[in-house]
Design a protein around this ligand. Structure first.
Ligand SMILES: [Zn+2]
Ligand SMILES: [Zn+2]
Length: 278
């Protein structure tokens, strides 16, 4: 499978000359295999993905981890919604009191957006998930609730023996005195276990995390500890803070490697990065 990052900024799009290397678009990762197109989250990065989609891609699968704005704000600007020849399947968690479709309709309605959900020209199928397992063509997809404010899932995509895990907003250390805990007590473990590639939240330094406990995000150190606990082969840090410039993000990477014995293949995710998994 081929995996492309179209957005890895957290919370808010943050374009700017000083942020060009890592990019300013929010959460969106594309997974391609043969004719299958799976899109993880519909942040602002999905707009450019839509511009670059192969014209023969007429069935699109969008997996939403949760409905915080940075993960859905690009949906209305995703071209295939306006092509009646395209079919779009959306999976995501429901709210505690509102269904997924009602929550999506809130976004696709004035005053937030001029086009209503039912007016979109493309047929759209909406599927609610929780701790679920389902098939998309050759892929087996698993979703599981993870630790983040509001109903939020992580995704595990399995294709033959290759595993991709996607947990962009995650605070597994919340409420834990000695993180990482035992595997069975760690939020997200079943999603990430032995993945070839894990996209994981690493928005903060340790000092920043100390002032933001309970906000739903991780420090780089927590992301690395979680990845090692889960025995993943490669970790890609995402959900970069909107305030961080390219040089600050590069500094966070270097500082962490200098001050820790990491023993893990890890990088800071950046827009346009491509990963080819067997
Ligand atoms: Zn987010
Ligand atoms: Zn979130």
């Amino acid at each position: 499978m081929k995996v492309i990052i179209w957005g890895c900024r957290g919370s808010l799009p943050s374009p700017g000359l000083e942020k060009n290397y890592f990019g300013g678009n929010t959460a969106c990762v594309q997974v391609e295999h043969k004719k299958t197109c799976i899109i993880l989250d519909g942040g602002s990065g999905i707009q450019r993905l839509g511009e670059n989609l192969k014209p023969e891609t007429l069935e699109i699968n969008i997996l939403l981890t949760h409905l915080h704005l940075d993960h859905i704000m690009g949906l209305g600007y995703f071209k295939p919604f306006y092509n009646p020849k395209c079919t779009i399947n959306i999976w995501g968690p429901s709210g505690t009191s509102k269904s997924l479709i009602v929550r999506l309709t809130r976004y696709f309605s004035p005053p937030f957006f001029p086009v209503r959900f039912k007016e979109l020209p493309a047929p759209v199928n909406v599927m609610e998930i929780n701790n679920s397992s389902f098939k998309i063509d050759d892929f087996t997809v698993r979703s599981e609730y993870i630790c983040h404010p509001g109903p939020t899932v992580g995704f595990r995509l399995e294709l033959d023996k290759t595993v991709l895990a996607y947990i962009p907003d995650h605070e597994p250390a919340l409420g834990s005195a000695h993180f990482p805990d035992l595997e069975q007590w760690s939020s997200g473990y079943n999603i990430a276990k032995e993945a070839d590639l894990l996209f994981h939240d690493g928005q903060y330094t340790n000092a920043q995390y100390g002032r933001r406990i309970g906000w739903g995000h991780s420090s780089i150190e927590q992301a690395v500890k979680f990845a090692k606990l889960s025995k993943v082969k490669k970790l890609v840090i995402v959900h970069h803070d909107p305030a961080n410039t390219d040089s600050q993000l590069k500094e966070m990477f270097q500082d962490f490697n200098q001050n820790n014995t990491v023993n893990l293949d890890w990088i800071m995710g950046r827009e346009n990065a491509v990963f080819q998994l067997a």
